[in-house]
Design a protein around this ligand. Structure first.
Ligand SMILES: Cc1cc2nc3c(=O)[nH]c(=O)nc-3n(C[C@H](O)[C@H](O)[C@H](O)COP(=O)(O)OP(=O)(O)OC[C@H]3O[C@@H](n4cnc5c(N)ncnc54)[C@H](O)[C@@H]3O)c2cc1C
Length: 425
């Protein structure tokens, strides 16, 4: 038996799991799960099979449905659902796929060696040799946008404490930042706890002000938010908060804005911190000045970097056009898997196989990303607003159903990646 190809993936979320599972399909001669579905009656193309050993290293002990965070941090019932330990994910149970909890610390593309620190304070750094590497570790995001726990058990406490503190509020909750995350946080909190005063404040005169989206999308988002019962203060920039006593002598916060306005609140959540790429483990020559990986259209590392054809980056940490989205991360994972599988074919084929491949139409082409225009799907309470250039803007409860189902997209992502094995959520 030939030695299996060793594939190391940093990050086991949308991008990383898509790369792992699509590659696993291709190496078994199956159509990749996130690829285009074959037309009815169309013969499946023959894909050469390879022995493969895929290791995914992730800091968390499970798959965390990140886009469900606004609901996971508002509803304890959903908190439970949003994080599934890797050991409990049927689609990952295979002798060819290993998931390790740890943090990737360094990658040396010239030697094809990486180190990671296994989870646990006494653990020693481990060195791993690989044939192919995929960086899929996303962006570092601040609390309370994203839970900071690395184990599911600890996460349930973290989210539970947050929800209890928010819902015990007498004066209400203020969310600062009218980008997509702030809008969803405010709307989900109000949806799950209709009695709660929820205020979203934004420093500009339009929501989603840093996104290159048409004004009608920004205006519709504001309408939906107000319809959902959220108080929205536009053109309000947070100055400071101070601890004060209210008229009943209870401790609370006075929130001051730079325009002189102030209000009482019990909890202030910041949804404005800039998220930064988690790429400190990669050499500087593959990164731009902000830490994003300067990928080629094939998602391989820059051409001039050592062994670039063996190194890929997918998801939020890849420097590419378009708003960062989980759909794009899964799509990139599929492209990386296809291009790795193609490279395996190039590396292993004998002259005879090359001739045979040519007879059958040759080795498949590299998949290359086109530019991605700005597009968005935004959940605002019971409704959603969606926009992409060809479809234009649409909004309503039916849009919510199509884009998010009834669990902020958990089942859609779970089923797309076939994490349930053959079981559909
Ligand atoms: C609140 C919120 C709401 C969102 N809503 C939507 C939405 O409605 N629709 C949409 O399309 N997108 C949405 N997004 C964006 C979407 O979540 C991201 O585009 C997507 O998560 C990117 O996937 P990824 O796999 O690249 O990275 P991530 O999902 O960030 O996953 C990265 C993984 O890498 C791990 N990791 C990090 N560093 C290391 C390391 N050094 N070693 C090992 N592992 C590491 C992390 O633990 C994590 O599991 C939302 C984002 C947020 C924060």
């Amino acid at each position: 038996m030939p030695q299996p190809f060793r594939v190391l993936i940093a990050g086991g979320s949308y991008g990383g799991l898509s790369a792992a599972l699509n590659l696993y399909d291709l190496c078994r001669g199956l159509p990749p799960r996130c690829g285009p579905a074959p037309a009815e009656g169309e013969d499946l193309p023959e894909t050469p099979q390879f022995a493969v050993d895929i290791t995914v290293v992730d800091e968390r002990d499970g798959f965390y449905h990140l886009i469900g965070s606004p609901l996971a941090l508002a509803s304890e019932a959903f908190t439970e659902k949003c994080w599934v330990k890797y050991d409990d994910i049927p689609g990952l149970q295979s002798p060819n796929i290993h998931v390790v909890q740890g943090s990737v610390k360094s990658v040396d593309p010239a030697r094809k060696v990486a180190t990671y620190l296994p989870h646990g304070s006494t653990a020693e750094p481990q060195e791993v040799r690989y044939d192919y590497f995929v960086a899929a570790s996303g962006l570092r995001r601040a609390w309370p946008v994203v839970p900071q726990s690395l184990r599911r058990k600890q996460y349930l406490f973290e989210a539970g404490d947050h929800i209890r503190a928010a819902t015990a509020a007498r004066h209400g909750v203020v969310i600062v930042g009218g980008g997509a995350v702030g809008i969803e946080m405010a709307a989900e909190l109000k949806l799950v706890h209709p009695h709660l005063n929820v205020t979203l404040v934004h420093s500009r005169d339009k929501l989603l002000s840093s996104e290159a989206l048409p004004d009608e999308v920004k205006d519709r988002s504001l309408e939906l938010l107000r319809e959902a019962g959220v108080d929205v203060l536009m053109s309000h920039r947070l100055d400071r908060t101070e601890e004060v006593k209210d008229d009943s002598g209870n401790s609370c916060l006075r929130v001051h804005f730079t325009n002189g306005h102030s209000m009482l609140a019990d909890q202030v959540s910041l949804a404005v911190s800039r998220s930064v790429p988690t790429t400190t483990y990669l050499p500087n020559d593959v990164l731009d000045e902000q830490g994003y990986v300067k990928v080629q259209a094939s998602l391989a590392f820059p051409e001039q970097s050592p062994n670039s054809a063996f190194h890929f980056a997918v998801g939020d940490l890849a420097k590419w056009s378009g708003i960062k989205r989980c759909g794009a991360a899964m799509h990139m994972g599929y492209y990386a898997a296809h291009n790795i599988h193609r490279h395996m074919q190039l590396q292993t084929q004998t002259e005879g196989q090359a001739a045979q491949a040519t007879d059958k139409g040759g080795i498949p082409k590299l998949l290359e990303l086109d530019e991605i225009p700005p597009m968005i799907g935004l959940a605002v309470g019971k409704k959603a607003v969606a926009y992409w250039p060809e479809g234009g803007m649409m909004s309503g409860e039916d849009v919510m159903k199509t884009f998010f189902g009834d669990d902020l997209g958990f089942a859609i992502c779970w089923n797309h990646l076939r994490l349930g094995g053959d079981k559909v959520q």
